[in-house]
Design a protein. Structure first.
Length: 191
């Protein structure tokens, strides 16, 4: 049912996607697979500890060591999803697996959510949205990139002690991972 609900937004996303090209590195597809594994574990978590570990992995896979919030978010002594390079560019402009200017215009629009010419500003938007987020005021729609929104939901999960809440947040993150994966596949692989 959840995938059926995505059909309409994803069709709209496809409408803004130009013809596919093959100029993206194969590591990006592998990263989307790693994110899928982390998110599936987050969605299917049987304990808050398991949800935390998988949310941490998802966040770290997107930010990489040069992004904000990278590290042992659940405090268990291990860095789940440890990655020297994130999906998105680093805070100081370090290239991510998907980055300007190597990315095609379709991926820039649909995965990056626009230019990352000033990456510190883009990451500051994420941390500000997390800090301002409330149950009655979801600030994540203000973030231009679906992966940035996953970082937000993962961070909220890591701050929660409720498995039910963590699973709810995983559902939100799923929508954004599916949209990102669909955009990448449509833009680059022509799927």
């Amino acid at each position: 049912m959840r995938r059926a609900l995505l059909a309409i937004p994803l069709l709209a996303l496809a409408a803004c996607s130009p013809a596919a090209s093959t100029d993206m590195p194969p590591e990006v597809a592998e990263r989307f697979d790693q994110l899928e594994t982390a998110l599936a574990g987050w969605e299917d978590a049987a304990s808050i500890e398991e949800a935390h570990a998988n949310a941490e992995a998802a966040r770290n896979l997107i930010t990489g060591v040069d992004g904000p919030l990278y590290g042992d978010g659940d405090g268990d002594g291990e860095i789940a999803g440890s990655s020297p390079v994130g999906l998105l560019p680093g805070y100081g402009g370090e290239p991510g697996l998907v980055h300007d200017p190597a990315v095609n215009p379709c991926v820039e629009a649909d995965v990056l959510g626009g230019s990352w010419e000033t990456p510190a500003e883009r990451w500051d938007q994420v941390t500000a949205a997390i800090d301002a987020w409330e149950v009655t005021a979801n600030t994540f729609p203000s973030l231009e990139s679906h992966p940035q929104r996953i970082v937000g939901w993962a961070t909220l999960t890591l701050a929660s002690d409720s498995l039910d809440t963590a699973l709810e947040y995983a559902g939100h993150a799923r929508l954004h991972l599916d949209a990102s994966t669909y955009a990448y596949d449509s833009c680059v692989l022509g799927a």
